[in-house]
Design a protein around this ligand. Structure first.
Ligand SMILES: Nc1ncnc2c1ncn2[C@@H]1O[C@H](COP(=O)(O)OP(=O)(O)OP(=O)(O)O)[C@@H](O)[C@H]1O
Length: 210
């Protein structure tokens, strides 16, 4: 199994314990994380990316136990193996598209995928040297997807990646995420409320407060 979790739980200070359903994903498999507002979806993504440390449970990715890694080791493992797409693109405004992607290579200490070819696949080849401040919202989100993919991660995590996009860009972003997960053999986990995304991916877990 490429990616699995077992008996994960977490409690924010002073808050009740959140318990999460187990996840099991093979390469190129996609999973939606559904649940009401406040149920713990973002918390789960933060656990899966190692940004939070669980109260109990295991997170296993590509033969490594994530919960056993700390500090620099964890940062490096995350940079190489986990790509994260946020609700908003969070690009570095003073830099070009290419420089934003080079930064991801630099932080993970890897040369990863070739940037111009990846941008071409995402329909963004012409914007290689554009300042990110000149991009439309859909374009900026595609660059943030390129940034998440540039190190060919084994796990792609996306938190409401389509919530500010129109129907055409939503379709495009979901198809790109699925195609790329297939190409690089990654598992894909998407947190969403978006019915348009649910139409494309049938496998889901539901996070509930107990
Ligand atoms: N830093 C924090 N400190 C204390 N409580 C927190 C913190 N972050 C989240 N919580 C609480 O933990 C619970 C889960 O929050 P989380 O953001 O994971 O939910 P969510 O399902 O992603 O919600 P939404 O769909 O509204 O984004 C909520 O009750 C929230 O108030």
């Amino acid at each position: 199994m490429l990616f699995y979790t077992k008996d994960l739980s977490y409690s924010h200070p002073g808050q009740p314990l959140l318990k999460f359903p187990d996840i099991q994903l093979q390469p190129a498999e996609s999973l939606l994380v559904l649940g009401q507002s406040g149920s713990g979806k973002t918390t789960l993504l933060n656990l899966l990316s190692g940004l939070l440390s669980p109260a109990s449970g295991l997170i296993h990715l590509n033969g490594m136990e994530l919960t056993g890694l700390k500090g620099d080791q964890l940062d490096l493992f995350r940079g190489k193996n986990i790509g994260i797409v946020f609700q908003k693109p969070h690009l570095l405004a003073p830099l070009t598209v290419k420089e934003n992607l080079e930064m991801a290579h630099f932080l993970a200490k890897t040369s990863g995928q070739a940037i111009p070819a990846l941008l071409d696949e995402l329909g963004m080849g012409a914007k290689l040297n554009a300042s990110v401040q000149t991009l439309s919202e859909g374009e900026a989100q595609r660059v943030s997807i390129a940034r998440a993919l540039v190190n060919s991660p084994k796990l792609i995590l996306a938190d409401e990646p389509t919530s500010s996009l129109d129907d055409e860009n939503t379709e495009r972003v979901i198809n790109l995420l699925k195609q790329q997960a297939k190409k690089i053999g990654a598992a894909l986990v998407i947190v969403t409320h978006d019915q348009r995304v649910k139409n494309h991916i049938s496998h889901f877990i539901e996070v509930k407060t107990s």
